[in-house]
Design a protein around this ligand. Structure first.
Ligand code: FE2
Length: 301
């Protein structure tokens, strides 16, 4: 009789331990990833970009808030937030608190779907056979999160709203041109509004979006953007050891689910993000992260 129960009890115990690790330990095991990106003309000073994404913040996530605040010590020249910042209707104050001193630095942002819509529980395994884009169909309710207040709070700090907009700012001795789009995952992207070749007078050109959808990446690259920044994938969030992500939840391929890669003539950085949806509070083999991208000169031929 003992043998009969040993296997199922063992499996249940291993499952509970794995869930505990994924929800308590790895979900709070924040990592800073560093990359060098050779996109600047020769002779320009290098600049540091802090890329934040997918905080999905709820007011009780004290460790996340504390860790993000600590990133100001990196002294970035620019902060880029690629959306899905909110996970609760009362999260704007805690999110601004997390940014803290980073708000005194130049910054830009776009929205992700979760800045507009509060989380709804669904089977998380569905990402394996389809993306969550179908969840935002005709029957989806009106936006119920205060995304406009989020935008005005960030703009009040001087950050540029890049949702279907061009932007420009000078920082770290560089003249940077931006093109940004709203979230393609909920069909709010309007690339036509920003379409056109980049300004060659700018030192570098950054494309900013939430979801790294290839049809938009193609257009950014064709217009001459040097570096494209996105989030959304959560790096797969629950990954298989020695295999990686099971799904990307958008059109990007699995090998580029996170990290620094090429797309046509451009560089592409996809952040695995800081958080998780409150309805799927686990990460496995894919720790939460922020990235520090140091832009350096292109090698001379
Ligand atoms: Fe997200």
């Amino acid at each position: 009789m003992r043998k009969l129960f040993a296997v199922p009890l063992g499996l249940a115990g291993a499952g509970a331990a794995t869930f505990g690790y994924a929800s308590v330990i790895e979900r709070n095991w924040f990592r800073l990833r560093r990359f060098e990106v050779p996109v600047l003309p020769p002779g320009r000073p290098s600049v540091k970009i802090l890329h934040l994404s997918d905080a999905h913040l709820t007011p009780n996530r004290g460790r996340l808030i504390h860790w993000v605040r600590s990133l100001d010590a990196l002294e970035p020249d620019l902060v880029v937030n690629t959306g899905d910042s909110l996970g609760h209707r009362d999260a704007i104050g805690p999110f601004l608190d997390a940014l803290g001193p980073l708000l005194d630095r130049p910054g830009v942002f776009v929205f992700g779907s979760n800045d507009l819509y509060s989380p709804v529980f669904r089977n998380p395994l569905r990402y394996i056979w389809r993306t969550s884009q179908a969840d935002y169909g005709k029957r989806r309710r009106e936006p119920d999160l205060p995304y406009r207040e989020l935008a005005s709070s960030l703009q009040a700090a001087g950050w540029l709203d890049l949702n279907n907009r061009i932007g420009r700012l000078k920082t770290g001795g560089l003249d940077i041109e931006f093109g940004g789009i709203d979230d393609s995952h909920i069909n709010r992207d309007r690339y036509d509004k920003i379409a056109g070749p980049v300004d060659p007078q700018a030192d570098v050109h950054l494309g900013v979006m939430h979801s790294p959808e290839p049809r938009n990446l193609d257009r950014f690259a064709a217009d001459g953007y040097d570096l494209l920044l996105a989030g959304h994938t959560h790096g797969g969030q629950v990954c298989v050891p020695f295999y990686g992500a099971l799904a990307t939840n958008c059109g990007i391929d699995r090998p580029r689910v996170k990290g620094l890669h090429r797309h046509a003539g451009a560089w592409l950085h996809v952040s695995a993000g800081l958080g998780t949806s409150p309805t799927a509070p686990v990460r496995f083999c894919c720790p939460p992260e922020a990235s520090l991208l140091t832009l350096v000169s292109r090698p001379t031929a």
